[in-house]
Design a protein around this ligand. Structure first.
Ligand SMILES: Cc1ncc(COP(=O)(O)O)c(C=O)c1O
Length: 299
């Protein structure tokens, strides 16, 4: 599914480093670390009238990713929340909104990899767009396994939510070439890791199963699904999962802030049913509860 241009987004205000700028003036320098080396961390956030879904958890992940990459001036949660509030208020956004929150290492004094060249502080970007859920969660998505492996910790820890997205982008290109919606990425051992931009779960014989977060992003939606299962006495396990197990699952679904919970209806040409009763129950529980996970931004 290819997202479409939304004319309403032509006039949005974007927060970049120190204030708001109209979309066509919202820019970073060619010396910015994100341009030079993808040296940045990011979060995707969803906005409902009740607030921002799991905001605190997203900000914790942003800060922890930045700490791992040894950023020197990580903004406080209070500062980031103030920038988010300023951006949402300026755009009149309270619903149907997705925020791409990015923290780059900032501008360098000259091009180069060395973080010591960054002497102007980090750069926070709050890009809030009108963007409903990106997938049709009724019809579901079709995926294909990609040859590109998802990073395991010995290469680049998938727990860092960084902007070096090329391995996932290559998997997405492979899916595009095959005419499918997403690339399914395996880990270095050949077990299922995740889709190129979302986590995976399967249902088998009354149990919900998801891969260990060894080589996938430990998604916040993934954590919410696990929490909802536990609260509702639904069996949930983390396991190593093979492609064969996925092909033969009673149901498979993807999770992420962009699309929330999305049935996967085809993997490598094998049809996957999307009417499993337990999966339907879980999808409904998530839909009915997600607004309880929203956090109001202080004024
Ligand atoms: C590679 C990858 N996996 C999974 C996810 C889903 O994570 P979350 O549920 O925190 O949005 C994302 C979202 O950014 C992602 O980039």
């Amino acid at each position: 599914m290819l997202q479409k241009r939304t004319p309403k987004n032509d006039t949005i205000q974007v927060y970049v480093k120190d204030g708001l700028y109209p979309r066509n003036e919202a820019k970073v320098s060619v010396f910015d670390s994100s341009v030079q080396g993808g040296d940045a961390v990011w979060e995707g956030l969803r906005v409902y009238p009740e607030g921002v879904v799991c905001l605190d958890k997203h900000l914790t992940r942003l800060q922890e990713s930045a700490k791992t990459l040894a950023f020197t001036d990580i903004p406080s949660k209070k500062e980031v929340k103030a920038a988010i509030k300023m951006t949402l208020d300026a755009n009149g956004m309270t619903d149907d909104t997705h925020i791409r929150l990015t923290l780059t290492r900032g501008e360098k004094i000259t091009s180069g990899m060395d973080p010591r060249l960054n002497q102007d502080g980090s750069c926070l970007i709050v890009l809030a767009e009108w963007k409903p859920l990106v997938y049709d969660n009724d019809s579901g998505i079709k995926v294909i396994s990609a040859s590109q492996r998802r990073n395991a910790p010995q290469y680049l820890d998938s727990k860092i939510h960084h902007n070096n997205l090329l391995n996932n982008i290559i998997a997405k290109i492979q899916a595009n070439v095959a005419g499918k919606d997403a690339g399914l990425m395996l880990d270095d051992r050949g077990f299922v890791a995740e889709l190129n931009g979302s986590n995976l779960f399967m249902v088998k014989d009354g149990t919900i199963v998801t891969p260990y977060a060894h080589a996938c992003l430990p998604g916040i939606t993934r954590a919410t699904v696990i929490e909802i299962c536990k609260e509702n006495s639904i069996d949930i396990e983390e396991q190593d999962i093979t492609l064969s197990q996925l092909y033969n699952a009673d149901g498979v679904f993807a999770t992420g802030t962009m699309g929330e919970l999305t049935p996967v209806v085809e993997i490598d040409g094998r049809e996957i049913q999307k009417d499993d009763a337990l999966m339907a129950e879980l999808l409904a529980l998530f839909k009915n509860n997600i607004r309880n996970y929203c956090e109001v931004l202080d004024s």
